[in-house]
Design a binder for this molecule. Sequence first.
Ligand SMILES: NC(=O)c1ccc[n+]([C@@H]2O[C@H](COP(=O)([O-])OP(=O)(O)OC[C@H]3O[C@@H](n4cnc5c(N)ncnc54)[C@H](OP(=O)(O)O)[C@@H]3O)[C@@H](O)[C@H]2O)c1
Length: 245
Amino acid sequence: MELNGALALITGGARRVGRAIALELGAAGADIAVHYGRSEAEATETIEDLAAHGVTAHPVQADLSDLDSAATLPDRVHKTFGRPANVLVNSASGFPTDSLAEATPEGWRAAHALTLEAPVFLTQSFARLLGEEPGAVVNITDVRTATPYRTHFSYIVAKGGLDTFTKAAAVALGPTVRVNAVALGVILPPPGEDAAFAEKLAARLPLQRVGGTDPVARAVRFLVEDDFITGEIVRIDGGGHLIPA
Ligand SMILES: NC(=O)c1ccc[n+]([C@@H]2O[C@H](COP(=O)([O-])OP(=O)(O)OC[C@H]3O[C@@H](n4cnc5c(N)ncnc54)[C@H](OP(=O)(O)O)[C@@H]3O)[C@@H](O)[C@H]2O)c1
């Protein structure tokens, strides 16, 4: 898909990984709908930075733990820009802590609502609005679905669902809409942790460093642009999947 002139909706696009993806796709000429939940100031800053690329960018706020808000977000983007998005990046997520022993129905449902259900129903609405027009979806998942954390049980099970959803949606939405994912390893320190925390995790990786957001943004761009890839999950993890959890 040609990014120049495309319209990309990036969930969680105001800061961190989502912001880097927004700036990468904007640099390639895509107009950007910068979704945010609470980070209004950061969304404004990202939009100002996108303006430097000469593309149109607008903020769209939605609490994606609410299913209706997620499902109607593509319609709101359509109204705001006067055309439907043809690229969707599902990056928004939480990183809640629990174990199987501690998990509660409420925590489990909250993790699944944000991490799995929102991407599913965003994608459904996105594809419906596109009709027969081509589109591309990239989900942001976690390489640890293959070697699960003990301490983020509900989150990692939901991300495992996102992996399967990526493949199921690729089958369901072809040939018009392609659906791929990037599975991230140590990219940034988790929210609330410092650089030293991430560096300690990264020391065990074959590539022995923290990834940063650039490799993620470049991989997302590649998956949007390459028209013969669908149902693929690309690991961006410095080789972390090769070592025991
Ligand atoms: N960072 C890593 O090293 C790493 C590793 C593995 C996987 N990942 C995955 O990569 C993606 C991006 O990572 P990240 O570290 O940038 O994520 P993050 O900082 O944890 O969260 C990304 C965004 O999600 C949005 N969000 C959270 N709850 C929301 C809600 N209820 N409604 C709407 N938006 C909500 C937040 O938007 P607001 O701030 O606007 O509220 C936030 O900016 C996530 O899917 C994450 O699971 C990241």
